[in-house]
Design a protein around this ligand. Sequence first.
Ligand SMILES: C[S@@+](CC[C@H](N)C(=O)[O-])C[C@H]1O[C@@H](n2cnc3c(N)ncnc32)[C@H](O)[C@@H]1O
Length: 215
Amino acid sequence: MAKYPLSHNANKKLGEYFYDILNFHIPPTKNKIILDPTCGKKHLWVEYYKPDINGSNKISEYGEVIFSDKINYGQEVVSAIKDLNFNKQFDGIIYDPPYFFGYKNSNDPRRQDYGDYIQTYDDLLWFIVFANDKFPDWLKDDGKLILKCADQYQTKERKFYAHHITWVSKLSNFRLIDTFIFIHHRMSPTAFQVKNRPCSVIMHTYFLVFEKVKK
Ligand SMILES: C[S@@+](CC[C@H](N)C(=O)[O-])C[C@H]1O[C@@H](n2cnc3c(N)ncnc32)[C@H](O)[C@@H]1O
């Protein structure tokens, strides 16, 4: 088994790839605690929940993983991220907020899981500013932020948005230390119908790993 993860998923499924990334950057031990404040249906965590031959699983090798989402998917905490408060600091934050904007009634197949992307561009920016303001307090000094984000071609505006660059430039309290690319297999069925499309059909997602800027 490779000791170091690859910078692209090399056909691995999303859960397997996330396992490689998290396992490398925050190897599980009982003194490590992790927060996933936009956990959704925990698709990222499928490998961590798989039972091993002893009936245990990888997630139990961490001290604690706190899952929260504003929608009740059965996780422990149901809360909008802005209302979360902690009296402890985490070794890692997994952050996967809604990554597109202005997608109401889109045909993007990913919306089946998490509903229409009806947020505005400002809503998207809000998640960035919030992370930059709050996560430094929520993370230990050597804690890491693992962000999942994607770029977007906005069909109505016919404009390419390099959201991952916006994330990196606006997270001024953080320093990018690693980049991973996950290739999608499903894509928008209408992507190729755009006439004179000004950019490529985006088929990948990023996992960006940050550490806190030392003050
Ligand atoms: C892309 S999905 C996360 C998918 C998840 N990482 C997984 O593995 O299945 C984004 C999630 O953010 C949640 N969300 C949106 N706005 C939120 C907010 N203000 N506070 C907390 N969660 C929010 C949505 O309910 C949705 O589950």
